[in-house]
Design a binder for this molecule. Structure first.
Ligand code: HEC
Length: 175
C-alpha cells in the first residue's frame, strides 16, 4: 500500500511537471527552464539529470548522443539573424536555451559572439538580443537538427545565403 502511494505520488509529480511546463521533448528527464524556475522536480533523478544538463550535455547531447559535427560559428553564425526564425533558432539551440546563466547573460554572450565572430554576416538593421526576448524564446524546446535544416532552407529561399553549403557542418575527426 505504501509502495502504491509512493508510485502514485511519483506519477502525480510527473504530471504536475508536464502540465505546467512547455511542450518538452518527449522522454527527456533533463529539467527545462520552466521546471527549474518553478521549483518543480522531475523524477527519478532530478539533481543528477541537472548536473548532466549543465556540465556534460553541451558536448554529449540531451540524450547522450553527441553531435558528431559541431557547427563553425566564425564567419557564419550571423547569417541566422537575417530572418526571424533564424534569430529565434540561435536562442532555442538546446545548449543556449538550457544554459543556467541569466537571460541577460545569455543575451550578452550571443550579442558578443555575433559581433566578435560574425559581424560581417549580420543584417544592416541587426538589433541586439534583449534579456526579455531571450527569456521568452528559451522556453521553447526544438528538435535542433530539424529546426536547423528548416532555417537554412528558409535562408536560401529568402536569398540570404546562396546555398545550404554556406552553413554546412564540418566533419570532425577526433582520433
Ligand atoms: C567541452 C566538451 C565536453 C564536455 C563539457 C564533456 N565532455 Fe565528455 N568528452 C568530450 C570529448 C571530446 C571526449 C573524447 C575524449 C577526449 O577528447 O577527451 C569525451 C569523452 C567522454 C567519455 C569517454 C567516452 C568514450 O567513449 O571514450 C565520458 C565517459 C565522458 N566524456 C563523460 C562526460 C561527462 C560525465 C561530462 C560532464 C561531467 C562530460 N563528459 C563533459 C567532450 C566533453
Amino acid at each position: 500500500m505504501r509502495q502504491l502511494a509512493a508510485a502514485l505520488a511519483l506519477a502525480l509529480a510527473g504530471s504536475i511537471v508536464n502540465a505546467s511546463g512547455p511542450p518538452a521533448s518527449s522522454g527527456s528527464n533533463v529539467p527545462d527552464v520552466e521546471t527549474r524556475s518553478s521549483g518543480l522536480q522531475l523524477v527519478p533523478m532530478p539533481r543528477t539529470a541537472q548536473l548532466y544538463a549543465t556540465n556534460c550535455q553541451g558536448c554529449h547531447g540531451e540524450f547522450g548522443s553527441s553531435a558528431a559535427e559541431i557547427p563553425t560559428l566564425a564567419g557564419r553564425v550571423g547569417y541566422f539573424t537575417r530572418i526571424p526564425e533564424g534569430r529565434r533558432y540561435l536562442v532555442q539551440v538546446p545548449n543556449v536555451a538550457l544554459n543556467t546563466n541569466s537571460d541577460a547573460d545569455i543575451a550578452a554572450v550571443l550579442n558578443w559572439l555575433l559581433a566578435t565572430y560574425s559581424r560581417a554576416q549580420l543584417p544592416a538593421d541587426f538589433k541586439p538580443y534583449t534579456a526579455s526576448e531571450v527569456g521568452e524564446l528559451r522556453r521553447a524546446r526544438i528538435d535542433v537538427a530539424v529546426s536547423r535544416r528548416r532555417v537554412i532552407d528558409a535562408l536560401v529561399a529568402a536569398g540570404q545565403i546562396p546555398s545550404a553549403d554556406v552553413l554546412a557542418l564540418p566533419h570532425v575527426v577526433l582520433y
